[in-house]
Design a protein around this ligand. Structure first.
Ligand code: NAD
Length: 453
């Protein structure tokens, strides 16, 4: 039986999808799919993740359409060969870097932003000129089923395919020959993906997770810091790869910061967050049980309530956290926020450097020197100073991790380049053919080479 990768390769090899006009049409169709079915998508997000409609619109619809529209606008520019200079040794000649598609791409997505994390890389692969197989997460079943119905209606099925399923189906896909695999999810499966890619020497992009720390320095504006941490943490009920995982706060301002966090929670979600239309739910009973159990690691100063019948976990702030507890070992990926007292930013920097490189790092401070110190002495996938999440929203800042948090970055132009080979081409003129470069190698030629090389 022909595999889906082989079927798409036949289309790719025909050259039919190479023209920019085809790519542009597919990208326009993707925008159309999202805009015409916005309500169905928001309903599906509400079923799978209890996602508030406005939040769903911003994170899973508007962000995607804005990325795709920018790709449409820049399609010609980003696919144009780049002229580069030519050294004297290669003269007379002209040099350029020609972006060319890699072939057939596989995109495997997770459940937490199930439309966004699937379609943004898919759009990048299309804009780059590739055929694509996309595999949504089976955890968000309603979204997966909706996408499976809509994608073939809007996009060219002979070059853009959607495969639904879980471990078995993904394992089957990973046995096929792709030219690039883009995976978003946890590091354990990231390793499975990378091991499978070895067989065909397929390049991989791994968008993984981990514990993203926040540092709050004594000079920070506590009200702003608390509001921005609260927003980043409780967006999607904490199920965001770059959500603040835990906060290291200068002990002298700890109480003031926690107080401001409490105010921010009430301001955002009211005194009963369970009733709030702006607060989401945990994706599945399995994830609900895992996150609830992590609560044991500390004492709930704010929140702490759970309701398994709704998969609800309150926005929770934990104090007196045991450093050896499970909550300080694994990525929380839920609405629990441990607060750790620190004596200095040096202590926080040492803690970060003693652990795997985080996907995101946040530092709140009123002093530029402190921000520079934290940024220069640590390694992280990306950083927002005096904020959370927002570096993700700038398409000119490639988004991705390093080490345990992943490899490769995307968004904007980098999200198209990722799926291309920049082919170096040197075109030489035949008008001149100086014999200096050819044997016999005389002393005179050697002297000239010594001068010009
Ligand atoms: P998930 O369970 O939906 O898994 C991700 C994908 O891997 C799914 O499509 C799933 O079908 C597939 N998969 C699962 N097990 C597999 C196996 N054994 N073999 C092959 N494929 C398999 O999502 P998840 O991993 O729970 O997602 C949460 C993790 O993803 C967190 O660690 C989070 O930080 C990370 N994440 C990272 C980013 C990022 O952009 N860096 C974004 C979102 C989530």
């Amino acid at each position: 039986m022909t595999s889906v990768a082989d079927e798409l390769r036949t289309t790719y090899s025909s050259g039919r999808i190479r023209p920019l006009a085809w790519r542009k049409h597919q990208l326009e169709q993707m925008v159309k799919m999202l805009e015409e079915n916005e309500s169905e998508f928001l309903d599906a997000l509400a079923v799978d993740l209890g996602k508030p409609r406005v939040e769903g619109f911003i994170t899973d619809i508007a962000f995607v359409t804005s990325e795709v529209k920018s790709m449409i606008k820049n399609l010609k520019k980003w696919n144009k060969p780049e002229r580069v200079s030519t050294p004297i040794i290669a003269m007379p000649g002209k040099s350029r870097l020609a972006p060319e598609p890699v072939g057939v791409v596989l995109v495997i997505a997770p459940w937490n932003y199930p439309i966004h994390l699937l379609l943004v890389p898919v759009a990048g692969a299309i804009a780059a000129g590739n055929a694509v197989v996309m595999k949504p997460s089976e955890v968000t079943v309603t979204i997966s089923a909706l996408l499976a119905t809509l994608v073939p209606k809007y996009l060219d099925s002979s070059a853009i395919a959607l495969v639904e399923g879980g471990v078995a189906e993904t394992t089957d896909l990973l046995e096929q020959h792709f030219d690039h695999i883009f995976y978003t999810g946890n590091g354990t499966v990231g390793r499975v993906v990378m091991a499978a890619a070895v067989k065909n020497l397929t390049p991989v992009t791994l968008e993984l997770g981990g514990k993203s720390p926040v540092i709050v320095d004594a000079s920070a504006n506590l009200r702003v810091a608390a509001r921005r941490v609260a927003w980043g943490k409780w967006l999607n009920a904490g199920q965001t790869c770059i959500a603040p995982d835990y906060v290291m706060v200068d002990a002298s301002v700890r109480d003031g910061f926690v107080d401001e966090l409490g105010k921010a929670i009430t301001e955002f979600f009211g005194s009963e967050p369970k009733e709030s239309e702006s607060y989401g739910r945990i994706v599945s009973p399995h994830h609900f049980a895992r996150v609830s159990a992590l609560m044991e690691g500390g004492t709930a100063a704010i929140g702490g309530e759970t309701d398994s019948s709704e998969r609800y976990i309150a926005p929770t702030v934990l104090l007196d956290v045991d450093p050896s507890s499970q909550i300080m070992k694994e990525e929380i990926f839920g609405p629990l926020l441990p607060i750790i007292d620190i004596a200095s930013t040096d202590e926080a920097i040492d803690h970060i450097n003693a652990n795997p490189h985080p996907l995101a790092l946040y530092v709140f401070t009123g002093e530029k020197r402190v921000a520079a110190d934290v940024v220069n002495r640590t390694t992280a996938g990306g950083v927002t100073v005096n904020g959370t999440i927002m570096h993700f929203s700038n398409p000119n800042l490639p988004f991705g991790g390093i080490g345990e948090s992943g490899m490769g970055g995307y968004h904007g132009k980098s999200g198209v380049r990722l799926f291309q080979h920049l082919k170096p081409i040197l075109t030489r003129s035949t008008k001149m053919d100086p014999s200096i470069a050819y044997p016999p190698y005389t002393e005179r030629k050697a002297k000239i080479f010594r001068k010009v090389l």
